[in-house]
Design a protein around this ligand. Structure first.
Ligand code: S3P
Length: 433
């Protein structure tokens, strides 16, 4: 499916469960590899990104078994990785390159790591700087800011590090390197980013202390293999939550969704806009909050958002921009400059593509402004090779007059390989190509 063709849709109904959480699936494989004994992962997200993490671990000598939705990682302990005989290729996955670099910084052998054209443009100095401070040797283009990176570590010392941006990838890279240090490694963030690493480290038996914006991990402690049930990915559910708000006659029940408070900005923002979203059956699974969502057609109004709310919805800004295009009044999203260094420049990409559909959108230095209420008309739009742009445009297409064609839509498999089947199952009008 190079081109995804979607038509105006007048109803969305039914019950769906979205695939496993991407962030949690990556971490489960990484920590499972460093643990003693087996780690069983259910509802693992077998998408391009997470399979890259698994392949990297296999190249580092870890045995991993895939049995349908269940994955078994045969951990070899903190000292168990071995030197790979070739470059580690992370594909499109920022989480893989940044978190793996933290682990590789703890190894005394040499590794070379790189990825696709998007990865090779994304800033790496945010991790190479603290990892070098801990004692790792890292060489990369642009003085270590751009992949490919060559990493040789070992003999790390613990640090206390204040990050410049709220980033779970940076925080996690440092904490993972901290596993190989004697003593406590501390990361202090300007705002709280997603905390899946901290939660999962504790599930594997590693001492972790959290105090507001500071996280500390104690190194040289054995990880114990365990069972991890990955909750559904709220970032994937976000496309259906938004679609259910926008499409008339919509009533969707989305089961088993991760509701970690560091991720629920999308629910809070849509609720501020007037969305009818109910959370039911809240429960906890291995420290992570999980629940079911019921979403119905809603009349939305524009909002102004920034600060920690944007951090808690960082991957959902493109689809929020789509919601804003259908809301009454103006929406302004600020403090979102990080979006410029994601898989694509997501501010420029979503602004350009929504504009092609007829929306009134302007880019801001650190965000986006959308004047809602202009009817959208189907057009040929581009994913910019970014899964979240393709998925957000698919939601816009459900409410654009006629047909929308999204080019380079294959990238959807980075996070949500079965998106089309799920969309069709609830009534989305997709044209078979
Ligand atoms: C992720 C952290 C976020 C997010 C990305 C996944 C993670 O990136 O955008 O999709 O799994 O740690 P940053 O750490 O760059 O904000």
């Amino acid at each position: 499916m190079e081109v995804l063709r979607i038509r105006l849709t007048d109803q969305l109904q039914g019950e769906i469960s979205v695939p496993g959480d991407k962030s949690i699936s990556h971490r489960a494989v990484m920590l499972g590899a460093l643990a003693e004994g087996e780690t069983r992962i259910t509802n693992f997200l077998a998408s391009d990104d997470c399979l890259r993490t698994a392949a990297c671990m296999q190249h580092l000598g870890i045995e991993i078994e895939f049995n349908g939705g269940e994955v078994v990682v045969y951990g070899r302990g903190l000292e168990g990785l071995s030197e790979p005989d070739d470059l580690l290729d992370v594909g499109n996955s920022g989480t893989t390159i940044r978190l793996m670099s933290g682990i590789l910084a703890g190894q005394s052998f040499s590794t070379f790591i790189s990825g696709d054209a998007s990865i090779r443009r994304r800033p790496m100095d945010r991790i190479t700087k603290p990892l070098r401070l801990m004692g790792a040797e890292i060489i990369g283009r642009d003085q270590g800011n751009l992949a490919p990176l060559a990493i040789r570590g070992g003999n790390l010392k613990p640090i206390t590090y204040r990050t410049e941006v709220a980033s779970a990838q940076v925080k996690s890279a440092i904490l993972l390197a901290g596993l190989f240090c004697d003593g406590w490694t501390e990361v202090i963030e300007p705002a709280k980013s997603r905390d899946h690493t901290e939660i999962m480290l504790q599930a594997f038996g590693v001492p972790v202390e959290v105090d507001d914006l500071s996280v500390r991990v104690r190194g040289k402690q054995p990880l114990q293999g365990c069972e991890i049930a990955v909750p559904g990915d709220l970032s994937s559910a976000a496309y259906f939550i938004t679609a259910a708000c926008l499409v008339p006659n919509a009533d969707l029940f989305i089961t088993n969704v991760g509701l970690n408070p560091s991720r629920t900005g999308i629910i809070d923002i849509l609720t501020m806009m007037g969305a009818d979203i109910q959370i039911v059956n809240q429960r906890r699974s291995m420290g992570e909050l999980v629940g079911d969502l019921r979403v119905k057609t809603s009349r939305l109004k524009g909002v102004t958002i920034g600060g920690e709310l944007v951090v808690r919805a960082i991957d959902e800004i493109p689809v929020l921009a789509v919601a804003a295009a259908f809301a009454d009044g103006v929406t302004e999203i600020r403090d979102a400059a990080e979006l410029k260094v994601k898989e694509s420049n997501r501010i420029a990409a979503i602004a350009a593509e929504l504009h092609k559909l007829g929306a009134d959108v302007s880019e801001l230095s650190d965000g986006i402004r959308i004047k809602g209420g202009k009817p959208l008309t189907g057009a040929v739009v581009s994913s910019h090779h970014d899964h979240r742009i393709a998925l957000a445009l698919a939601v816009a297409a459900l409410r654009a007059e006629g047909e929308t064609q999204i080019t380079n839509a294959d990238c959807i498999s980075v996070s949500y390989p079965r998106f089309l089947q799920d969309l069709v199952q609830i009534g989305g009008v997709v044209i078979d190509t």
